[in-house]
Design a protein around this ligand. Structure first.
Ligand SMILES: O=C(O)CCC(=O)C(=O)O
Ligand SMILES: [Fe+2]
Length: 248
């Protein structure tokens, strides 16, 4: 059981066998909600896209400046239904008010990165850093791909072999938090096809919606878009601090 029900709590979706904490919900949004999000992303004005060599991205409501966010609300299409649903997802079965952002400075995400990966594109292993509260909620659209988690060696370099591999299906939610956020790196390899997928290699195998399309451990990639929701710790009111109205 990996879809969302009224009585479910986050603990039902924990990915075991990874450093704490990771949760995976395969059916977090519906097919029509996925389509609305894809349409909104597509309809964004061209300059919204930043083209990188290995992917393109949109940043909402805006880029960070010196690790701070200008105090601007997210558009409604990014808050509904995702943030409302994140807030309704209880952390503990006994506390109906508990939720994954309960200890974050703004009690919810205020920033969304939208990344689009074509087959063969990815993102190098990295940490998301100290600008954000250590909770990331990733909603996936379009197609499946794997996020790999890496530890570091004694000398500070990245381990060659991933600690774990999470397959993110379209319409799924992946939450990474705590030590997994602060102490480990994550990345997406630049491949056209996922290989070696199975119960022993995928940390979230038991939580997947559908494994029928995985043939001989292989799954071809199609274009995949992700929305990563985070709470930027430092928020600045518009004004002199950034000199956007000219220096005085
Ligand atoms: O697309 C993803 O699932 C991961 C994106 C990511 O790691 C990031 O934007 O920092
Ligand atoms: Fe990241």
């Amino acid at each position: 059981m990996a879809s969302l029900t009224a009585s479910s709590c986050l603990e039902d979706y924990r990915i075991h066998g990874l450093p704490s904490s990771a949760f995976y919900i395969s059916d977090f949004i519906t097919v029509s909600e996925e389509q609305v999000l894809l349409d909104k992303i597509e309809a964004a004005p061209k300059p919204r896209w930043k083209q990188l060599s290995k992917r393109r991205l949109q940043t909402w409501p805006s880029d960070l400046t010196k690790n701070a966010l200008l105090d601007t609300p997210l558009p409604k299409w990014l808050t509904e239904p995702v943030i409302t649903r994140l807030h309704s997802l209880r952390l503990s079965p006994s506390d109906p008010k508990s939720h994954i952002f309960q200890d974050s400075p703004h009690n919810g995400p205020n920033h969304v990165l939208i990344n689009e990966y074509l087959p063969g594109q990815g993102i190098m292993p990295h940490k998301d850093g100290a600008a954000y509260h250590p909770v990331v909620c990733t909603v996936s659209l379009g197609s499946s791909l794997c996020l790999e988690v890496f530890g570091t060696k004694e000398d500070g370099t990245i381990e060659n072999k991933p600690k774990g591999k999470i397959l993110q299906e379209p319409r799924s939610l992946l939450i990474t938090a705590d030590e997994l956020y602060t102490g480990y790196l994550h990345g997406i390899s630049e491949v056209e096809e996922e290989v070696d997928l199975g119960p022993s290699t995928l940390s979230n195998w038991e939580l997947l919606r559908n494994t029928d399309d995985i043939i001989d451990g292989r799954l071809k990639r199609l274009p995949r878009t992700s929305l990563t929701y985070r709470d930027v710790i430092k928020v600045s009111k518009l004004g002199a601090k950034f000199g956007i109205f000219g220096s005085r």
